[in-house]
Design a protein around this ligand. Structure first.
Ligand code: OVM
Length: 404
């Protein structure tokens, strides 16, 4: 049975195996790994009958689609809907849903603001916040590593770093959760998060007048210099606010979930806290907090011998590429000593995560503080998954720690 949320009628390109699995169903999202393996094994390009969409789940093809922006456009939306055929659920992102040359200007502004010299000035403050929070949690012994840590820490540093007003910050995570659902089909998971939308409030956040000192104002200043309009600068602030919080929360949550499940890796981190950054990055590979994005094919593109139709949506499985045994040795092992170079958890090509240095700094300071203050880290209950059409993460992760 075809999904009632399918937007397309097309037929599979010649030679693509057709599969019936629904990667946006609750069962699949709960445990995607066997379904992703099935897709990887079926072929380099597969057809998903539920949605009449082309998908790539192997590392080589996923990387190719992300890297080749000329053939795989972002400008018609990186969600399932095609802006040309279906209209838009929201205004397109000025950076994520643009191709060069428009993309280049936006990217220049944001990458300047999120560059090492700017982030370096934030580090000491982040470390202080992480120390205080971890000290408090370790004293409690038992806590929810999602609500009290993976969410609490980014919420304690990111809105301040951006210069956002205090009021309404509790809307940030729910709004972005809804947005990440909107990249997928209009299924129940999406519908049930619609009430979390705060479009007007997020809109006002981007304006220069709303912002205190921080990255948001830096974006406005850089935009002025780079000939980007005030309106567009506000859109870029909004993009960063929407893209930068839930993703980091789930990446920190993934790190803690991994370290609680793989005690030998926790031991390694504790023995040498300088593994913190690798532990975080390996968790991004292992869990892939952003599981999927779409592109649209341009100009009769071939992919691994398959002739794609112009204007086809291609579903890219980042999380599957990051577990592809053709690319990774023992892909299902969480190994903080692994060389994670080339993982697709932050994407690849011109749209690779522009905030990854900030995200990695957040992850690094949390894991460093935890490794210093806790002797043990153990699961103290069943983790509860948070289902989302794009993001993989938990809503709760009960843990128990012993002080060092
Ligand atoms: C944007 C945006 C919003 C949500 C997610 C995202 C991870 C980007 O507006 O650019 O990418």
């Amino acid at each position: 049975m075809r999904s009632p949320f399918a937007l397309y009628d097309g037929a599979p390109p010649a030679g693509t195996p057709a599969l019936d699995l629904d990667p946006f169903s609750p069962g699949f999202l709960e445990n995607p790994w066997s379904g992703l393996q099935e897709m990887r094994e079926a072929g380099p390009v597969v057809w998903l009958r539920q949605y009449n969409i082309v998908a790539v789940a192997r590392y080589a093809e996923a990387r190719e689609v992300l890297s080749n922006w000329q053939s795989f456009s972002s400008a018609r939306g990186v969600g399932m809907e095609d802006f040309v055929r279906h209209g838009r659920f929201r205004l397109p992102s000025l950076i994520l849903e643009a191709d060069p040359p428009e993309h280049t200007k936006s990217r220049g502004v944001l990458s300047g603001v999120l560059s090492p010299p700017v982030l370096k000035k934030l580090r000491a403050g982040f470390e202080e916040k992480a120390e205080a929070l971890i000290t408090e949690l370790v004293a409690k012994r038992r806590f929810d590593a999602i609500g009290e840590l993976a969410e609490a820490f980014p919420l304690s540093v990111f809105p301040d770093a951006m210069g956002l007003p205090q009021q309404g910050r509790e809307k940030l995570l729910p709004h972005a959760e809804m947005l990440f659902n909107s990249f997928g089909p209009r299924n129940t998971i999406f519908e049930q998060s619609l009430h979390q939308a705060s479009f007007e409030w997020v809109e006002h956040l981007g304006r220069r007048e709303t912002l205190g000192p921080g990255l948001g104002l830096l974006i406005h200043k850089a935009a002025e210099k780079g000939n980007v309009s005030k309106d567009d600068a506000a859109k870029l602030v909004r993009a960063l606010v929407q893209a930068g919080l839930d993703t980091t929360v789930h990446a920190i949550g993934a790190s803690l979930h991994c370290l609680a499940r793989f005690p030998n890796q926790w031991e390694r981190l504790r023995a040498d806290p300088s593994f913190a950054s690798s532990a975080f990055n390996e968790a991004v590979r292992f869990e892939s907090p952003v599981q999927t994005f779409f592109r649209t094919t341009m100009r009769g593109r071939q992919l691994s011998g398959v002739q794609l139709n112009d204007g086809d949506k291609v579903l890219v499985f980042l999380g599957s590429a990051n577990r592809d045994p053709a690319r990774w040795e023992a892909p299902d092992a969480y190994d903080i000593g692994r060389d994670t170079t080339g993982h697709l958890g932050f994407g690849a090509g011109i749209h690779r995560c522009v905030g990854q240095l900030l995200a990695r700094m957040e992850g690094e300071v949390v894991l460093t503080a935890l490794a210093r203050h806790a002797r043990t880290l153990k699961l103290a209950g069943d983790p509860v998954r948070r289902l989302n059409n794009t993001l993989r993460g938990l809503t709760s992760l009960p843990v128990e720690v012993e002080p060092a």
